[in-house]
Design a protein around this ligand. Structure first.
Ligand code: CP3
Length: 366
């Protein structure tokens, strides 16, 4: 089963014209826009004083489970930066917790899963996907409150982790450089690997469709670490599952598929059926944009987040270059190549957004 792309399915959700015709959703569909839309991955986060204030005194996971505070940080970041889309405030790993894997975030050290999956029996012991999706009701509440807090012409992006990236966290138990445990499990326990991917996809499909019902008008799938795979392994161990997830996402909602280091996988990722391909700074946007355009797919990216740490003139010149390299794309959403770093000056992020709007309006090519 292949999903009918956003360009063919039309406004199946019946979104209000102001939203359906917003620059962000138009760019996702490959339609011309008066200005290049921009948002920033991790636009709400520790680099913002407002976020630190809202989080103060509690853990990150507590914040994720407080819908009103999630909406507050998501809406504040959207307004402060004047970006063209908001993104749900949550984390990709809450789905693993809902499936029964204990999850904690160490202060400054990132995620930690103290009971990682290392044996086939642990895959069988995972929770029921429908129950897991139902237990994530706090996410849908956060989404509803976020959408209610946004101006009517601003879309809210819902999201989930991709099956590969989530499986890698579940097996490694946290961050990793080599993905040795994950790949060993994939090669040695292949049946259990595929079963794990199936359970994840079942839960994720329900999860993102609940997000759409709660008001998300776009879904981004974060496959942050998929670039670690060879083409052969991607095809055998990941592509069928990722395709199935995308195929199950409701019609009329653009799907953005993001990964890092994916220069060698672009055609494979496109074949999984996304409407927009999110690419990082190690991949040439001109090449990716032209390739994606041949398949009727838009692109998102790809300014190196470290450029936000550069002197202002270098940052702005680099932003102009990203806009220029997107000339061959059929639809461009400006973004970073990965998330905003915590040492970023928020004023730099704001200046970047202003520049993208100014340059793309002036060039008139958008
Ligand atoms: O504004 C937004 O973009 C929305 C919120 C969002 C967060 N995480 C908040 C967050 C989104 C979309 C994510 C996705 C996510 N989470 C990914 C995919 C994107 C990527 O960066 O590749 C991944 C791999 C995770 C897992 C995760 N969560 C990690 C590795 C970390 C630690 C990294 C770090 O910067 O310390 C987190 C924690 C996390 N997720 C924070 C935030 C704001 C920091 C929490 C805090 O300490 O307050």
């Amino acid at each position: 089963m292949k999903r009918q792309g956003i360009r063919a399915s039309g406004n199946a959700l019946g979104l209000a014209p102001a939203l359906w015709e917003s620059p962000f959703l138009r760019a996702c569909r490959g339609e011309p826009t008066p200005v290049t839309p921009v948002w920033l991955m991790r636009q709400a986060g520790r680099y913002m004083e407002h976020y630190r204030g809202v989080r103060a005194g509690g853990s990150f996971l507590d914040l994720c489970k407080s819908p009103a505070r999630c909406a507050e940080v998501a809406v504040f970041a959207r307004t402060f930066l004047d970006v063209d889309a908001a993104i749900l405030f949550s984390d990709i790993l809450v789905v693993l917790e809902a499936l029964g894997l204990p999850l904690e975030f160490t202060e400054g050290g990132g995620p930690h899963l103290p009971q990682p999956i290392r044996a086939a029996a642990q895959v069988e012991a995972l929770g029921n996907p429908a129950q897991a999706a139902a237990d994530l009701d706090y996410v849908y509440q956060a989404l509803r409150l976020t959408v209610a807090g946004l101006p009517p012409h601003i879309p809210c992006i819902g999201f989930c982790g991709a099956p590969f990236t989530l499986a890698a966290y579940a097996i490694e138990g946290g961050g990793t450089r080599q993905f040795a445990q994950s790949k060993a499990f994939m090669y040695r326990e292949s049946a259990a690997w595929h079963r794990l991917m199936e359970v994840l996809v079942s839960a994720l499909a329900l999860y993102v469709n609940h997000q759409i019902a709660a008001g998300a008008s776009c879904i981004q799938i974060f496959d942050s670490w998929v670039g670690e795979l060879t083409r052969e392994d991607f095809r055998e161990f990941v592509a069928p599952h990722l395709s199935r997830l995308i195929a199950h996402i409701g019609a009329g909602v653009p799907v953005i598929l993001f990964g890092t280091g994916t220069g060698h996988l672009l055609d494979e990722l496109i074949a999984c059926g996304p409407d927009v391909l999110g690419i990082d700074s190690t991949t040439d946007l001109a090449v990716a944009g032209a390739l994606a355009a041949r398949h009727g797919v838009a692109v998102q990216g790809n300014l190196d987040p470290c450029l936000l740490l550069a002197p202002r003139p270098r940052l702005l010149a680099a932003a102009d270059r990203v806009l220029a390299t997107a000339h061959s794309a059929s639809g461009h959403v400006f973004n970073l190549g990965h998330g905003v770093l915590k040492q970023t000056d928020p004023e730099q992020a704001r200046a970047l957004v202003e520049r993208v709007h100014a340059t793309s309006t002036a060039s008139g090519r958008a």
